[in-house]
Structure formats: structure tokens, C-alpha cells
Write a protein that binds this ligand. Structure first.
Ligand SMILES: [Zn+2]
Length: 483
């Protein structure tokens, strides 16, 4: 899920960053929905550059990597670089915009007046907090809307990444707002109750509340939240389903079904995920992946996703983000008092337990997360690297992994600088992934399955695209709040 920085308590950013990480795991930009070939027709074949299909004696992983990278045209590369680099600036503008909204609510006294109104309506503290929270979420959503609509709608269309009409997009925003109102209000009521009961140690108990909340959201999302935006159904095509289930069984993943969902309603990006845990665990892939990719590519992606499950990344990230959250609230405790002693009177804030201080809380927590961007990205990215390696070993499709990484480069800059990748990337870059795949391949060139695929690639190969005519993607419908 993605949420506007000012729309919910910035604590939710942490919640959603984690919720997004395992689920938005493997997105690849693509150019429109194509139909899966019907039973009887062969699925699209893999195209391997000659340099990447050499026998062991002449295979060089660096040369093979370069051969793959060079298959992306300069125009496409410039376009995806522009899209991705623009995203860096959007992170900065979004952060500053959020601070501006907080300043507006505090500086005009609007926040204090909203609290006064809530206190006049009810004498019960939780209800006062809830009323304020609803007003806050609605108001910040409206104030942030210009940035939201530019970033989420117009810009996505400009780069041909969106398939959705404005009506459908607005419907998704409305559904997201309702979900945000329910979850955000519940979280804020619980947090402020903790702050008032434990005036000195609230930052520790508050972190625990945040963590429990995060766990619940991850648990319910696959079953109760995601279907609000897309239709999920069991994948029926046995040619795709059976190899995935076989790979799942071989790696101890207790999946009986693979689900497909209609992401082409919203976007052209390829994606798959293993989400939820315990009883809500689901192996899911989207229709863009199904329609645009060959079986080796699909297996490469699903091997990666199974890796997240087998390596317990959800639990690992709960611990890691739990620590980040403790840091956030410790920083908040320190910074809030300083800001309040300086401006509190002017802004009408009585203390940390006063809900009128929420815009300040959100602003300070967003400063913390903005500064920590490279750290949170690196936490997620290192898990993604682990899942990449796992996927290569499980699927044994280094070339499928390389070509699918190239499709991802349609919207993620293919070759960033080292520092750039460390700061901004929550997944390894395309170059890093292809390099990893080619080094894996170099160690397995004499294995019968790898050698056979290379022989097939050297023979005159089928085109990547399936033969079926294009099915236009529906331009209406819903979009997930984004991976
Ligand atoms: Zn992943």
C-alpha cells in the first residue's frame, strides 16, 4: 500500500513501507496487456543474447551482463532514467509539502480549533481523539491532493505506466481514503491512549502498539484489503500453475493454489508477491506478468517471491522495522518537547498527549524517516538480494531472471551509481540483478538444464510475444494503493 505522507500519521509510513516491501516485491514495467496463449499454443519463448549463451570455455559473466544491458534501447533507457530520477525529487517535494501542510494546520491555529471542537462534541478522550483524527485525515488528504493527483495519475500516464481512467483512479483513491480513515483512526486512538497512560514511557509502549498494528495489517491485507482494489482468482492455466506449485512444494512452502489478479486495470507493471502469513499466506502473480512473460521469466520471479517466504522476511522485517520505530518515537519524544516549549503556546498545543499536536508529531516523524531513507531502503534491499539468490537457486532460470530484470528497467533506472543505489533503491538495480544472474549461470554452465536452454536459444528462436491478438486493458476500475 502507498499512502500520502500527510494523510495518516507518519507512523503509518513505517507500517506501509513494510507492508509494501514483501508484496511489491518484483514489479516490472510493461507495455500493455496481452492475452496468455490458449491451451495448445506454446507460451512465449525466452530470448537470450548470443554472448550470454556461450559454452563454458568462452562464457564471461561481465560480457554476458553487458550484452543483456545493451538490449535496452537508448530511448527507453533515457525514459526510465527520467522517470526514476524524477522520483528522487518527488520524495523531496513530498516531504517539504508535508511539512508545509503541518505548518499550515499549526500556524493558523486550525489544529487547536479542531481539538476544541472535538472536546465540545464529546467528553470522552478516545472519542475526542477519534473525531480529531477523522478531521485530520480528511483535511490532509484534501490539502495533499494536488501532489497526489500529479504523482499518482498524470505523471504515471505521461510515462505510459498507467492504464486507468480518471474515474477509476478516483474510485481507488476514495476506497483508499476509507481504509485509511478506519485504520488511521484506530491507530491514533490507541497511540494517544498509551501516551496519556504512560507519560514517561509512552515511546516504548507506543512502539509496541505500532508493531502490533503493523502485524495485523500484514495479516489481514491479502484477504480483506487487497481485494478492495483488484479481483483475485485461482490461476487455472496448469502450464504456469503446476511448475510454480512444484517449486513451492520443493521449498517447503505450504501453498495449494496460485492466485492471479487483474493489475492491468490500473497499470502496466509486472508484479507478483507472497503476502500475508499464517492462515492468510497467498502466492499471487498479476496478469501483466502472466501475459507478457515467458515461463522461465515467470518461474524466475516466483522463485524470488517464494524466497521471501522461506527466508522469513516478514518476521525479520517486523523486528527490524520495530527497532526503527523505537528510534522514531525516541526521537519524537526528544524533539517534540523542544518544539513545544518554543512554539507550543502559539500553536495551542498543551503537551504530547494533546491530539492538537498531531501535525507536529507527523512532521517530526517524517523528518526522521526522510533522513533514514537510505537505512530503510537498505533494510528492504538486502532482503530483496537474498530473495534474488534464493530465486536463482530455486527456479534455475538465470536468463529468465535477466530478461525480467530488463522489463523492470522500463520504469526503474537500469544502471545507477553505487551511492545512488544505496540511497534510493529499495530493490537491487537491473544491472546488479543481471550481474548476479550471470555469475550464477557461470557456475552452472555444464548443468544439463542450463546447457539445454542455451542450445535452444542459439537455435532460431520464437519471438518473445505470444501470438494472440492484443486484448485492450480495461481503462476503468481500481488500483491498489501501489506496491
Ligand atoms: Zn522481492
Amino acid at each position: 500500500m502507498r499512502v500520502r505522507p500527510t494523510a495518516l500519521a507518519a507512523l503509518l509510513l513505517c507500517v506501509l513501507a513494510l507492508a509494501a516491501a514483501p508484496t511489491g516485491a518484483q514489479e516490472v514495467g510493461s507495455g500493455g496487456g496481452r492475452a496468455q496463449p490458449p491451451a495448445g499454443e506454446s507460451p512465449p519463448a525466452l530470448h537470450i543474447p548470443a554472448e550470454a549463451a556461450r559454452p563454458a570455455a568462452t562464457f564471461d559473466p561481465e560480457v554476458a551482463t553487458r550484452a543483456y544491458l545493451d538490449t535496452l534501447s537508448p530511448e527507453k533507457r533515457a525514459r526510465s532514467d527520467a522517470y526514476f530520477e524524477g522520483g528522487y525529487w518527488l520524495q523531496l517535494w513530498g516531504f517539504l509539502y508535508g511539512l508545509g501542510v503541518a505548518w499550515l494546520l499549526l500556524g493558523t491555529g486550525l489544529s487547536a480549533r479542531m481539538r476544541d471542537l472535538a472536546e465540545r462534541i464529546s467528553r470522552r478522550r478516545p472519542l475526542q481523539t477519534g473525531l480529531y483524527a477523522i478531521g485530520y485525515i480528511l483535511l490532509t488528504t484534501v490539502l495533499s491532493f494536488p501532489l497526489t493527483v500529479y504523482q499518482g495519475y498524470f505523471r504515471e500516464h505521461r510515462y505510459d505506466l498507467a492504464t486507468q481512467g480518471f474515474g477509476g483512479w478516483m474510485r481507488d483513491q476514495a476506497v483508499g481514503l476509507v481504509v485509511g480513515l478506519i485504520l488511521g483512526t484506530a491507530l491514533l486512538v490507541a497511540l494517544y491512549a498509551v501516551i496519556r497512560r504512560a507519560p514517561r514511557t509512552w515511546w516504548i509502549w507506543g512502539s509496541a502498539v505500532g508493531l502490533v498494528f503493523l502485524t495485523v495489517v500484514i495479516l489481514i491485507a491479502p484477504v480483506y484489503l487487497d481485494p478492495l482494489f483488484n479481483t483475485y482468482k485461482p490461476l487455472e492455466d496448469a502450464r504456469v500453475r503446476d511448475p510454480i506449485l512444484s517449486m513451492a512444494r520443493a521449498n517447503g512452502v505450504p501453498a495449494k493454489e496460485v492466485y492471479e489478479f487483474d493489475a492491468s486495470r490500473q497499470s502496466t507493471r509486472v508484479s507478483a508477491n507472497v503476502s500475508g502469513f499464517a492462515g492468510t499466506m497467498r502466492v499471487r502473480l498479476n496478469d501483466n506478468l502472466l501475459n507478457r512473460c515467458s515461463l522461465p521469466e515467470i518461474k524466475a520471479v516466483m522463485g524470488h517471491e517464494l524466497g521471501h517466504y522461506v527466508l522469513h522476511h516478514i518476521y525479520e522485517m517486523l523486528v527490524e522495522f520495530g527497532l526503527v520505530l523505537v528510534g522514531a518515537l525516541a526521537f519524537l519524544r526528544w524533539a517534540f518537547e523542544r518544539a513545544r516549549s518554543r512554539w507550543g503556546e502559539r500553536w495551542g498545543i498543551r503537551g504530547i498527549g494533546d491530539v492538537a499536536g498531531l501535525p507536529l508529531v507527523v512532521a517530526l516523524v517524517s523528518v526522521y524517516f526522510f533522513v533514514l531513507t537510505p537505512v530503510t531502503n537498505t533494510i528492504i534491499r538486502s532482503n530483496e538480494q537474498e530473495a534474488d539468490i534464493f530465486g536463482l537457486n530455486a527456479a534455475r532460470e538465470p536468463d529468465g531472471f535477466a530478461t525480467v530484470s530488463l522489463k523492470l528497467a522500463e520504469y526503474r533506472k537500469l544502471e545507477p551509481g553505487r551511492l545512488e543505489e544505496w540511497v534510493f533503491y529499495d530493490h537491487p538495480s537491473g544491472r546488479a540483478r543481471i550481474e548476479m544472474a550471470m555469475h550464477w549461470k557461470a557456475e552452472h554452465l555444464n548443468d544439463p538444464d542450463i546447457a539445454a536452454e542455451d542450445r535452444a536459444a542459439v537455435a532460431p528462436s520464437q519471438p518473445i510475444q505470444p501470438v494472440q491478438p492484443t486484448q485492450p486493458a480495461p481503462s476503468d476500475g481500481s488500483s491498489p494503493p501501489g506496491p
